[in-house]
Design a protein around this ligand. Structure first.
Ligand code: ZN
Length: 306
């Protein structure tokens, strides 16, 4: 059986006006890896591709470490710890950040949310988006997805990620973002550069996180195909390696549907990763593997001993 622990941000401190970027410190990350090392064996993407069936069928505990979003801090803070402990990893990156030289809208939102209160942000998105006018069903759904956030933040994230049309969202967020940040500067500071991407790929550590970082389960077949194929081809050409793993952005059931899994196989992926919590066994769909947030794993802040 295979347990996958997923990470995003990793940095020494997460201070901000409105803390909205969360993650682990390098020390916490290292401690968690040491804890897991005592409970099972770590596998790489190559192990998964070559021996996936055996790993999933096995009664032994296997662990896989993954990072989403292709962030520079992952290269600077996580990869050295992993190398020190001789643990493999898959880092999933978006091709948009390299091919289009654009910051993903999801990260523009993270940065803006660290400067603006949820109330200010909601009012900038639309004059109609007052929490009082939002239905109970939306509030309930938002809180079921964003279980670690307060009500206002959960609703803001739900509206942005699942309710707004992508093209409109891109435009609205771009205008607000450009008032506070320089896109090129953020691009260079936030994401790994091409050399770092190539370095990781040579170790078998690179996977696709699609092109644009959209919840692709909500898109049409042509758009899903583009998101999956373009990122695969772009990174394969850049790195001269095969990219056979994909982590679906957001990874919720709405974002990673059976339709997404079907198109991912067609695009040539062997394994796909969601963010549905759970251990993977021989009954798992290889294109819809479960992953735990690192906070829910042993050594994580929400982990409860049962
Ligand atoms: Zn992501």
């Amino acid at each position: 059986m295979l347990t996958i622990s997923n990470y995003h941000y990793i940095r020494e401190n997460f201070n901000a006006n409105y803390p909205s970027i969360f993650g682990v410190t390098p020390d916490l990350f290292k401690n968690q890896l040491i804890l897991l090392k005592g409970k099972g064996d770590f596998i790489s993407s190559i192990d998964l591709i070559l021996n996936g069936d055996e790993i999933l069928k096995s009664k032994d505990n296997y662990y896989l470490i993954t990072f989403d979003d292709g962030l520079k801090e992952q290269y600077n803070c996580a990869v050295p710890v992993l190398e020190e402990l001789n643990i493999p990893v898959i880092l999933f990156a978006n091709s948009r950040n390299y091919q289009d030289k654009k910051v993903s809208t999801v990260h523009k939102i993270h940065l803006l949310r660290s400067m603006l209160s949820p109330k200010e942000f909601l009012s900038k998105i639309s004059h109609q988006n007052d929490l009082n006018t939002i239905s109970d069903a939306i509030v309930e759904k938002a809180q079921s997805i964003y279980i670690y956030d307060d009500k206002e933040t959960a609703v803001l994230k739900f509206l942005l990620n699942f309710k707004m049309d992508f093209t409109i969202q891109e435009k609205i967020i771009k205008v607000i973002f450009d008032n506070y940040f320089n896109e090129n500067e953020v691009l260079n500071e936030l994401y790994m550069n091409e050399k770092e991407i190539v370095h990781l790929s040579k170790k078998g550590f690179l996977g696709s996180h699609t092109h644009n970082h959209f919840p692709i389960g909500l898109m049409n077949e042509d758009e899903i195909t583009f998101e999956l194929e373009n990122s695969k081809l772009y990174f394969e050409k850049l790195t001269n390696t095969k990219i056979e793993t994909v982590a679906y952005p957001y990874g919720s059931p709405e974002a990673s549907t059976s339709e997404v899994a079907r198109i991912a196989i067609k695009a040539g992926y062997k394994y796909g990763f969601t963010t549905t919590r759970g251990i993977n066994t021989q009954d798992s769909n290889c294109l819809l593997l479960n992953r735990f947030d690192c906070n829910d794993m042993p050594g994580g802040k929400n982990y409860k001993v049962v």
